[in-house]
Write a protein that binds this ligand. Sequence first.
Ligand SMILES: *[C@@H]1O[C@H](CO)[C@@H](O)[C@H](O)[C@H]1NC(C)=O
Ligand SMILES: *[C@@H]1O[C@H](CO)[C@@H](O)[C@H](O)[C@H]1NC(C)=O
Ligand SMILES: *[C@@H]1O[C@H](CO)[C@@H](O)[C@H](O)[C@H]1NC(C)=O
Ligand SMILES: *[C@@H]1O[C@H](CO)[C@@H](O)[C@H](O)[C@H]1NC(C)=O
Ligand SMILES: *[C@@H]1O[C@H](CO)[C@@H](O)[C@H](O)[C@H]1NC(C)=O
Length: 560
Amino acid sequence: MIPQYILLPLLASYSTAVQISVAKSGGNVTSGLQYGAMEERINHCGKGGLYAESIRNRAFQGSAKYPSSLDTWSAVGDSSLSLQSLSSPLSSALPTSAKVKGNRTVGLSNEGFWGIDIRPQKYSRSFYVKGAYKGEFTASLKSATSEKTLASVKARSKSVVDDWVQHKFVLSPTKAASDTINTFSLTFDASKTSDSSLHFNLISLFPPTWNDRPNGMRKDLMQALKDLGPSYQKTLRLGLVEYMEWCDDLEMEPILGVWAGLAVNGDVVPEADLDSYIGYPEPWKIRYVEVGNEDNLNNGLSTYKAYRFSAFYNAITAKYPDIQVLASTIDMTIPGKAGGDYHLYDIPDNFITKFDMFDSFSPEHPILLGEIAATEYNNGVGVDWSSIDFSLYPWWIGSVAKAVFLGAERNADKIIGATYSPTMLSFNADPDQTVRSTSWHVYSLFNHNHLTNTLPATSPDAFGPLYYVAGHDNQTSSHIFKTAVYNSTADVPVSLSFEGVGRGSTAKLTVLTAPDAYSMNEVGGPNLVHSQTTRIKAGKKGVLSFKLPNLSVVVLKTDV
Ligand SMILES: *[C@@H]1O[C@H](CO)[C@@H](O)[C@H](O)[C@H]1NC(C)=O
Ligand SMILES: *[C@@H]1O[C@H](CO)[C@@H](O)[C@H](O)[C@H]1NC(C)=O
Ligand SMILES: *[C@@H]1O[C@H](CO)[C@@H](O)[C@H](O)[C@H]1NC(C)=O
Ligand SMILES: *[C@@H]1O[C@H](CO)[C@@H](O)[C@H](O)[C@H]1NC(C)=O
Ligand SMILES: *[C@@H]1O[C@H](CO)[C@@H](O)[C@H](O)[C@H]1NC(C)=O
């Protein structure tokens, strides 16, 4: 009896290593677009975020639901501000302007999106004015805390009574502000106007932008996106030109979403009127087009299935047979060679249960994982959309859960790639406070270890708590193993071998962990994701042995 007691624990610990053998052929070629970025007008991803505009509510725009307002604007001096819909507006798209009326030095000032970051650099842009004025305009940046003027510049008026005239300016602060509680103001001498007032619109101020693009993007956020290394970009809300330039700047593949005739309030364009929305011959190179966005929501699915999707699909494929058209949902029978876009906002646990959901899909209809985010803490059920209990930023267990789900990369023949929405950064006005989220670190690690093709991996053990994909990078000839450990009660020992990688071969093992499941990188706070890289050597029969902790995200890359 006694030897058995001694033997058992030894055998048990021996057999706990997950043994994985990876063959040298028989996998599938990847799309080359595994991890992308997605931009939508949520969480200030565009306005107040990537888009470098410093002035909030710059053109007093509104809608039936959110009427125009003077939000974030205040009167300077002894003046009054009012919204006006002039019979000759700046443009039909910008019908509302602000009237500034008063005596002597008056004007208006703006508090920015989250304040305004001021440092020694050039801020430039312009404003539009209407009204007779023979004087000067003063544009300035002020600290709201100290009330000190940090930069100021004068522009001679070219303003006339019956037209909108653009005035450009450049502001050059010589010192940084102590915080971002700063304002931009524009003043004039009302006594030199014909009726003590002037009309203003499209008041705009930009710090230096990425690649110095006029109307461009915030440098720090673009740098973080570039470091993330996304291979494609999907957009819903930026202007098309800004979007294309953004893709050029970061050398990303655009995936264009087109509006498919369903409004958020449920209004649907009738079939007879749909023609005017289809077709716009432009010379950008587009390989992927998605029709609509989440057309399964807002009661849109029945019309999408009945005619909206096929109208776009047929029109696009007739003219551009090489474009991969994607439906904005997979809750339908996808026709022809079209693909679909799958979105998942869920609790971390549900990403694990869905780990293998694409195994049974057909390669006929490639799927984009267009929006993937853990948004709510584990609660044993799923996301409660009526709850306001959503996590402000990604947190570690959610990021690990997503890493597990990204194992959909195993299905390279069916999955185009995965994006995360919204962009994975935490920021405010101050670029020094921008923090890359826990998910940013996961995506970045995976992105910088691209598979050009998957390789078949076999193991006597089922998936869980170790989830993985194996493959090859034909650029570097490296073998790659991406894995995440979720919900294990102890460290997981792994014995991994790649056919063709022999004893003595070396590999780099990068392990991401965080202090606990709830670690979150918050604006202005530290990065809590710990990255440790070690080099390991293959032993007998080329076996690479290592142990991985609970809640870790890992990439092993061999040198050959
Ligand atoms: C490659 O794709 C085929 C067809 O979908 C599938 O049967 C096979 O398992 C895939 N190979 C790997 C390594 O995923
Ligand atoms: C401008 O001054 C006049 C006369 O002092 C005064 O009646 C008027 O209210 C002032 N206008 C504004 C907008 O303050
Ligand atoms: C986590 O582990 C517990 C205990 O082993 C198990 O009951 C549960 O189903 C696991 N959860 C997930 C999402 O794997
Ligand atoms: C590398 O793999 C990609 C597919 O991911 C393929 O397009 C390319 O031709 C391959 N290059 C070589 C040198 O095999
Ligand atoms: C592993 O992580 C899961 C999820 O946070 C947790 O429930 C479990 O207790 C952890 N296991 C250990 C041994 O820490």
